[in-house]
Design a protein around this ligand. Structure first.
Ligand code: HEM
Length: 521
């Protein structure tokens, strides 16, 4: 009897709370077209369950990319969950994206979305306000032309290691069962070498002779187990589960490795400063910048934990995003051999028979266009989450009549989702949105939302594009890329089947098999 009363009271309490949510929804976002569903897409339940008519899930912006905003003049809708979660505004209006991410905007990153990304201390991705300003001020100067040159050279070195260690040098055809494995390694190693000053070899065994994890296995395990690390309660580590044991080992080893790396670097930099004076300008890796900052300027000083957290977040921010986009680029080039040939001719025209160098980066704009186009079609960062800290209004001009301005009132606390997939597939911004057209980026990249915009634009975007252009230029110069079709399958069907995105923390793919054939000059 008692439990029935308790249950009844609980259900009543829940029903009243939900009713208040509906009333609030109607007051704050009632004027926008909306979708009713059971669970909010970003709630744990909604995000875990598959995308269906009753649960948008994480994939719905991609699945409904052609229709979601069709009847929304301001290119903005609401998602109204009946059972779990709050109503969110989803917008694919480029101007909304600009206003929300602009300098001085009243929108901030909600803490919940970035909690998983803080490890030991806060960092440039997860923080807001003065803490973020400080981290960005210390880290941003490390992303300079010397760094980008190092990214180019490291990528070329990695390409050479692939040819050598994967035995491509002796082959005319190389079949790869899943290109993601290779692009993940390239992305991770470039960050480890250029970001952290950790030298890495392509074929190092996962453990050394003493049974300790090799540096790359350690970094790889840390990078690919962020959610497990942040969400597993401490007591579970004592159960002896093999995966958790490995994660624990890798994280512990990473922390002690980084402490040692910091103190060694401090000794080296102090000696260098005694001999050469201010060496700041000459430092081209992010890690040394962070260590050097605390030797030079009290205000910019970071603790060991802050340095480790900021280095760690570079691996997370730049690893999977980069790997998926590069995999997507290679696959799309395989799907469209005519575009691939055009890009090859462009490379030949720019190089005129010599090896590509960092100085060619600006001229290789069609190669860069391939990467941007893959990022547009399969944006690894597929949405941005922001909360309003004050009441405000988004003023959005109509695309067909810019003198008509739609005004969307936003109340303090309202969550706004910047739908990058929606922007990238908006035919008013990108005509023929489904087509793979790298040349569309040769005029302007103003509408690319995949690296975000405004003061919090991706710090590693040029890092990523230099790496991509170096890798793609070498690869396309030496090889053609093809896709292994199933019996009777067309290339477009292959694209729909294999490049059907898997959506989690980032948007990526399942196995992407590709076939490389050596070009004979
Ligand atoms: C194709 C590759 C990449 C994509 C698509 C990408 C995308 C993004 C996006 C959308 C944001 C904004 C996130 C938000 O505000 O919620 C961001 C931020 C960031 N990215 Fe990237 N990123 C890429 C590569 C990289 C690389 C290679 C690095 C580092 C080496 C990096 C470092 C960062 C950092 C530090 C931030 C935080 C900036 C701040 O808040 O001030 N990213 N990235």
């Amino acid at each position: 009897m008692l439990w029935e009363i308790v249950l009844g009271l609980y259900l009543l309490h829940h029903a009243i709370r939900r009713l208040l949510v509906y009333v609030h929804t109607h007051q704050s976002v009632g004027n926008l077209p909306g979708i009713w569903c059971l669970f909010a897409p970003l709630s744990v339940l909604g995000g875990t369950l598959p995308s269906r008519w009753w649960n948008p899930g994480l994939r719905f912006t991609f699945e409904l990319r052609k229709t979601l905003y069709k009847d929304a003049p301001a290119k903005s809708i609401t998602i109204k969950p009946l059972l779990v979660g709050e109503p969110y505004i989803y917008t694919c209006h480029l101007e909304a994206f600009r206003q929300v991410t602009a300098l001085g905007s009243v929108f901030v990153k909600p803490r919940f979305a970035f909690e998983d990304m803080t490890f030991l201390a806060d960092n440039v991705v997860a923080s807001e306000g003065d803490a973020w300003k400080r981290y960005r001020r210390i880290a941003a100067p490390a992303f300079n032309s010397k760094t980008y040159e190092a990214v180019w050279d490291t990528t070329v070195d990695l390409y050479g290691q692939i040819l050598d260690k994967e035995n491509w040098e002796t082959r005319d055809v190389a079949e790869v069962a899943d290109i993601n494995i290779m692009t993940h390694k390239v992305a991770l190693y470039a960050i480890a070498v250029v970001g952290f000053d950790i030298p890495i070899q392509w074929d190092q065994p996962p453990r050394d002779e003493n049974g300790r994890l090799s540096v790359q296995e350690m970094v790889f395990t840390v990078a690919s187990n962020l959610l497990i690390k942040s969400r597993t309660p401490k007591w579970m580590y004592s159960l002896g589960l093999p995966r958790l044991k490995l994660v624990d080992e890798a994280y512990n080893q990473f922390v002690s490795f980084m402490h040692e790396h910091i103190s060694n670097s401090e000794v080296t930099l102090t000696k260098q400063r005694e001999l050469e004076g201010d060496i700041t300008e000459g430092i081209s890796n992010v890690f040394e910048r962070l260590v050097n900052a605390r030797l030079t300027d009290g205000k910019l000083s970071m603790s060991d934990d802050e340095i480790i957290s900021n280095c760690f977040i570079l691996v997370f921010a730049g690893h999977e995003t980069m790997a998926s986009t590069l995999a997507g680029t290679l696959a799309l080039l395989g799907v469209y051999p005519d575009v691939q040939e055009e890009v090859y001719q462009h490379i030949m025209h720019v190089l005129g028979g010599r090896d590509p160098t960092f100085e060619d980066y600006e001229s290789l704009d069609l190669v860069l266009g391939c990467f941007y186009e893959a990022l547009r079609l399969y944006s690894a960062a597929y949405l941005l989450i922001r909360d309003a800290t004050e009441n405000t209004v988004l003023s959005l001009p109509r695309y067909d009549d810019p003198t008509t301005i739609d005004k969307i009132p936003i109340t303090a606390g309202q969550r706004v989702i910047l739908d990058i997939v929606g922007i990238h597939y908006d035919p008013d911004v990108f005509p023929e949105p489904e087509a793979f057209k790298p040349s569309r980026w040769q005029d302007s990249m103003d509408s690319l939302a995949g690296f975000s915009l405004g003061p919090r634009i991706c710090l590693g975007r040029k890092f990523a594009t230099v790496e991509a252009v170096a890798f793609l230029t070498y690869l396309l110069r030496d090889w053609t890329i093809d896709v292994p079709l199933a019996d009777g399958e067309t290339r477009r069907e292959w694209r729909a089947r294999v490049l059907d995105p898997k959506v989690g923390v980032v948007l990526g793919f399942g196995d992407v098999p590709l076939k490389f054939r050596r070009r004979h000059a």
